[in-house]
Ligand binder design. Structure first.
Ligand code: HEC
Length: 192
């Protein structure tokens, strides 16, 4: 008599725990990789037209593609020219995402750089000869998306906004060399 009661109590406790664990919070369920695949399916929702899959072996050219740094450096072509509007948008984004490390002028002296903080790596300086002359637009654009070391990967910044930031970085570089265009710029983008 005693044993079955204990057993069924334990069974009840376990099933309660499992139910709470699985229904308590959506996020917790999603954290289990096995369940994750059930949440993200290709299923067709109510009133939705069936998905059209691209013909085999093809890639939808409108789809945003992620390029790693090497690919960005090699193939990404800057579609922007530095109009006042684009520079203005680039500045807003730069002040939002880059200034704390790279500094307001791009000299790599943002507020988080210094003793007991981020070490002042030479590559932080976006006004260096290397950054001006050796880095292609595509490289800087790819750097924003991929990050490196303590620099975060800003993949969430849309492609076009990243080009606006690149234009603003070029603008800072030009300004630092007294208005002369930085060595790289549009001419170099995409052809190296
Ligand atoms: C948290 C600090 C931090 C933020 C924010 C940050 N960076 Fe960086 N960035 C770094 C560090 C550190 C390096 C040097 C990394 C290395 O050399 O490995 C770097 C390097 C770079 C380089 C040079 C890479 C090279 O090979 O010389 C570029 C270009 C760059 N960052 C652009 C940006 C832009 C544009 C933004 C804003 C979208 C940004 N970074 C935001 C920390 C940051």
């Amino acid at each position: 008599m005693k044993t079955p009661t204990l057993l069924s109590l334990r069974a009840l406790a376990i099933s309660l725990a499992v139910t709470v664990a699985l229904t308590g919070c959506d996020d917790q369920v999603k954290r289990v990789p096995w369940f994750e695949t059930m949440f993200r399916t290709q299923s067709v929702r109510t009133y939705e037209a069936p998905h059209q899959l691209p013909p085999e072996g093809t890639v939808y050219i409108g789809a945003p593609r992620h390029l790693d740094l090497l690919a960005a450096d090699t193939v990404a072509v800057n579609p922007m020219t530095a109009t006042p509007e684009i520079l203005e948008q680039g500045e807003v984004l730069y002040l939002q995402y880059c200034v704390m490390c790279h500094g307001s002028e791009g000299a790599g002296d943002g507020p988080v750089v210094g003793e007991n903080r981020l070490p002042p790596l030479p590559t932080l300086n976006l006004l260096s000869d290397r950054a001006k002359n050796d880095l292609s637009d595509g490289y800087i654009w790819g750097m924003i998306a991929n990050g490196r070391g303590v620099m975060p990967a800003y993949r969430r910044i849309p492609h076009d906004s990243r080009w606006q930031i690149v234009e603003y970085v070029r603008f800072l570089q030009d300004a630092s060399s007294g208005g002369a265009p930085a060595g790289s710029g549009e001419a170099q983008a995409g052809n190296d």
